[in-house]
Design a protein around this ligand. Structure first.
Ligand code: M6R
Length: 364
């Protein structure tokens, strides 16, 4: 049931404040500022490597998770696209564990990767939305996303719930490995507790984003840029645009621009930059100047301070609420999803069922 929404995707985008809150409450004790004692087959204090693998949007959630595990828990993470992982014969040591990410729990390549790890004899956990799925059954334990059924082929609320779990697990791992003090952990948990409220604020930007979406529906190519955890989010933005609007889009690390893709820049190709005003904001601004100098059109998704500090001659902004650094990719996921959605609606494509795609890819 779509309720009063035009598409399941629209409904699922709007459910995010609620399902993020619901998911986080399963893992974190907001009142006490600590982590709840939930079951995990992975002993984060004992392992020295975590192998994460998944496909599509779930893979991009894993890529953001890598930044968090390494930064907050000092735990090295290998992250792979499952269709590569299953054949690349990665050696897993006794001190490794494997973590899979899947909305459906049925994706063929991710399942095959899980079975590979089973043979290697390491503990296996899965961040999964469908609790009675094959992957859930074959894991040693699961971290459920409490997103509710996701019907739209484009993954939206499952993604932000996967990110919420990655953040919560990184905080837990940081505490268990002694790389975060209880005070630091509490401050991250406070930040996470605010994610649903900021997500709700981001939804209010819909009218503005709809206008930008109408403009995007006129172009053939789009480049998405970001740094740090917003780099995988740039790839997610590009993936969403491709699958929904069939516009050719690429997500790049902003710092890679001058190593090739800058050659593509001209007046015809908008560059969408995801850049909250954080400690590396100035670096991204200089990348934007390089784009502007070549006549590129910039759409900057940032916060108020970022909009002021970017001070370029001509660029468009989508101005987000100012959020703590940890939760930025969770909150900034919403404008990225809405942008793809409204571009597709403006083009008249089948938003909930894009051509050539299936919700759950159960064949190789
Ligand atoms: O069910 P899964 O999370 O394992 O699915 C993985 C991908 O097929 C999925 O995220 C796909 O990339 C989406 N259509 C992206 O919106």
């Amino acid at each position: 049931d779509k309720g009063n929404h035009r598409h399941f995707m629209e409904k699922e985008i709007h459910e995010q404040p609620e399902v993020i809150a619901h998911t986080l409450a399963h893992y974190l004790d907001f009142a006490g500022g600590g982590v709840k004692s939930f079951d995990t087959p992975i002993d984060f204090a004992k392992i020295d490597r975590l192998a994460v693998s998944a496909c599509g949007t779930a893979y991009l959630a894993g890529l953001i998770g890598k930044y968090w595990f390494e930064r907050y828990a000092r735990l090295p993470v290998d992250i792979d696209i499952a269709s590569e992982f299953r054949y690349r014969e990665m050696p897993l040591t006794k001190a490794s564990a494997a973590l899979f990410v899947s909305q459906s729990g049925e994706t063929a390549d991710t399942l095959a990767s899980l079975r590979y790890c089973r043979k290697e004899g390491v503990p296996i956990a899965t961040i999964v939305n469908v609790r009675d799925s094959t992957m859930a059954r074959e894991s040693d334990g699961i971290f459920p996303t409490l997103a509710g059924p996701e019907i739209g082929v484009a993954s939206t609320k499952a993604f932000t719930c996967q990110l919420s779990i990655f953040a919560a697990l990184a905080v837990r791992a940081g505490l268990e490995r002694g790389t975060l003090s209880p005070e630091e952990a509490s401050s991250h948990i406070r930040a996470l507790s605010e994610a649903p409220r900021y997500a709700a604020q981001a939804l209010k930007l819909e009218e503005r984003i709809e206008k930008v979406g109408r403009e995007l529906s006129q172009v053939r190519h789009v480049l998405y840029l970001g740094r740090d955890t917003n780099y995988p989010l740039a790839m997610e933005g590009a993936l969403k645009l491709k699958e929904l609007s069939y516009i050719h889009a690429e997500g790049y690390a902003a710092g890679e621009l001058k190593h090739g893709p800058i050659a593509l820049i001209d007046e015809q190709m908008p560059v969408i930059v995801i850049a909250p005003c954080d400690r590396i904001f100035e670096k991204t601004v200089s990348n934007m100047q390089e784009v502007a100098a070549r006549g590129g059109r910039i759409i900057l998704i940032t916060d108020e301070e970022g909009a002021v500090r970017a001070s370029l001659d001509s660029f468009e902004t989508i101005v987000m609420p100012t959020v703590p650094e940890l939760i930025a990719p969770i909150v900034y996921a919403l404008p990225v999803q809405m942008l793809a959605y409204h571009t597709a609606v403006a083009m008249g494509t089948d938003v909930d069922q894009p051509r050539n795609l299936a919700k759950s890819v159960t064949v190789e």
